[in-house]
Design a protein around this ligand. Structure first.
Ligand code: ADP
Ligand code: MG
Length: 321
């Protein structure tokens, strides 16, 4: 069952001629209980897409469909109900938690806001969840200022789960943490995902983080999904040259046989993306058509993944020829 569907999402910031095209027509869906990873360089539009999915950001065009219902224009009480079902974990737990609230209060608060359970029951549930995410009772009355980044992110995760959401949107949830605690927090998220049959929309710039956890991987470039498929297909048979480059750069995750593919330079400006395919200015396989025609994301006849490319990398040909 499709839990969340994003259809033709377009978002721009600012006014012409300096308008940033943050999302240039994104279609994406997430099934109940699925782990979907969204990967792309900084500035490609990942956080904006997460905010659109949460209904925290207005889309200029497109629909947000939750559980089969169009929630794009939802307001008031019905929007609040939807927000119980979709929760978010942010990159920086320092700024996502209120510095004046104790750990236990922070986790309990969503229940109080939504007027669910009496106070004692809320307390008990918050404490249970805090134990579940690995926080000892001694921390319950502490303020965020006295906790480490990893501990804070555990608290933020507990807070995001207290309303028993069906979908957790995680925007770079381990990127701000020390390397040594990244794996712990990642494993915690995965354990909770499995146990609660949560759908996880996992956003990261680091493909090596998701290469072991995702059911499906979507790759984003300059406000577009350029390739999407199952983890296995994406890792063993990437079709888009940008996916190949990302995999090649991800340490240990995947190396193409033979040549190393190196992505030169920065992505082009989202204010004035290249004509045709936005990736062509960095693509080592670009053809004349790539400057003329914007490739659409299509799975027809191209194998297991959906790819937006005029000349996808062929099966078995995983490096430039
Ligand atoms: P990512 O999360 O992949 O790094 P973002 O979604 O944060 O990308 O940003 C996508 C593009 O939109 C970037 O060019 C960024 O500068 C721009 N952008 C994001 N939010 C705003 C905003 N509130 N105002 C203006 N530009 C923004
Ligand atoms: Mg971001």
């Amino acid at each position: 069952m499709k839990l969340l569907e994003l259809r033709g999402i377009r978002v721009g910031f600012g006014n012409a001629p300096q308008r940033v095209q943050a999302l240039r027509g994104v279609d994406l869906d997430i099934a109940a209980g699925e782990v979907l990873a969204l990967v792309g360089e900084s500035g490609s539009g990942k956080s904006t897409l997460a905010r659109v999915a949460m209904r925290l950001q207005h889309a200029d065009e497109g629909q947000v469909i939750y559980g089969g219902t169009d929630v794009t224009g939802l307001k008031g009480a019905r929007l609040r109900v939807m927000r119980q079902r979709i929760q978010m974990v942010f990159q920086d737990p320092h700024s996502s938690l209120d510095a004046r609230m104790t750990v236990a209060q922070a986790v309990e608060e969503p229940l109080a806001i939504h007027r669910i359970f009496r106070r004692a029951e809320r307390r008990a549930r918050a404490a249970d969840l805090l134990r579940k995410v690995g926080m000892s009772p001694g921390h319950d009355d502490k303020l965020p200022g006295s906790l480490s980044g990893g501990q804070l992110q555990r608290v933020a995760i507990a807070r995001s789960l207290i309303l028993s959401p069906a979908l957790l949107v995680c925007d770079e949830p381990v990127s701000a943490l020390d390397l040594s605690v990244q794996a712990q927090v990642l494993n915690l998220l995965l354990d909770l995902q499995e146990e609660r049959a949560l759908a996880l929309f996992f956003i990261t710039h680091d493909l090596s983080v998701v290469s072991e956890i995702a059911d499906r991987i979507a790759v984003m470039y300059l406000g577009r999904i350029v390739e999407i498929g199952t983890r296995r297909d994406m890792l063993t048979n990437p079709r888009h040259p940008y996916t190949v480059a990302l995999l090649s750069a991800a340490s240990g995750a995947w190396k193409p046989a033979g040549a190393e593919v190196v992505l030169d330079g920065d992505p082009p400006s989202p204010i004035n993306p290249p004509s045709g395919c936005a990736f062509r200015s960095r693509c080592w396989r670009a053809l004349p058509i790539c400057a003329e025609v914007d490739p659409v994301l299509s799975g027809a006849g191209t194998g297991a993944t959906h790819v937006a490319c005029h000349d996808p990398v062929g099966a078995g040909r995983t490096h430039p020829t």
